[in-house]
Design a protein around this ligand. Structure first.
Ligand SMILES: Cc1cc2nc3c(=O)[nH]c(=O)nc-3n(C[C@H](O)[C@H](O)[C@H](O)COP(=O)(O)O)c2cc1C
Length: 155
């Protein structure tokens, strides 16, 4: 699967034990009407219990300038939210990571265990789009075990 390129997201949620989040490249857009998105969470993930109990999530589409957040949210879970300057909770509780070009809030619609992951389907209830800022941040990509920025082939 390392040969398949992917955009990089961080999924966050609020739990009874505080904020939870993890880097995920399994994000997909599933449906426009209704607006449904999906991602997978591994059954080995320390975020699994919180994800199984969550009503809603925020999915951040990271920009290339957020490479450090992709690394942070795939490493030691206890330290992911330790820097309070990096995030703010929404009124609804989910943490939002500062400087993210686009994030969507979704309520959890389905959770389907499939193999060694659970497939999570979310109904989008809010979209926050900063990409009309100039210059617009380029998305962060993951390919062959490394982070990349896109290069256009069009002139
Ligand atoms: C580029 C990248 C993409 C990832 N995508 C997913 C994903 O889609 N789903 C998932 O459960 N974990 C994914 N992970 C792993 C998690 O971010 C995290 O590293 C893993 O759950 C271990 O965290 P834990 O120690 O809290 O269990 C990805 C990691 C990286 C580096």
């Amino acid at each position: 699967m390392r040969h398949y390129p992917a955009g990089v997201t961080v999924v966050t949620l609020n739990s009874e034990h505080g904020p939870i989040g993890f880097t995920a490249t399994s994000f997909a857009s599933l449906s426009l009407e209704p607006p449904l998105v999906s991602f997978n969470i591994a059954h080995t993930s320390s975020s699994l219990d919180a994800m199984l109990g969550a009503d809603s999530v925020v999915i951040h589409f990271l920009g290339e300038h957020q490479h450090h957040l992709a690394q942070r949210f795939s490493r030691t879970a206890d330290e992911r939210f330790s820097d309070r300057s990096l995030w703010t909770p929404l009124d609804t509780g989910e943490p939002v990571l500062h400087g993210t070009p686009i994030w969507v809030r979704a309520t959890v619609h389905h959770r389907i265990p499939i193999g060694d992951h659970t497939f999570v389907v979310g109904l989008v209830t809010r979209v926050h789009d900063n990409t009309d800022e100039t210059p617009a941040a380029a998305p962060l990509l993951y390919y062959q075990g490394r982070y990349h920025r896109p290069t256009s082939l069009d002139r």
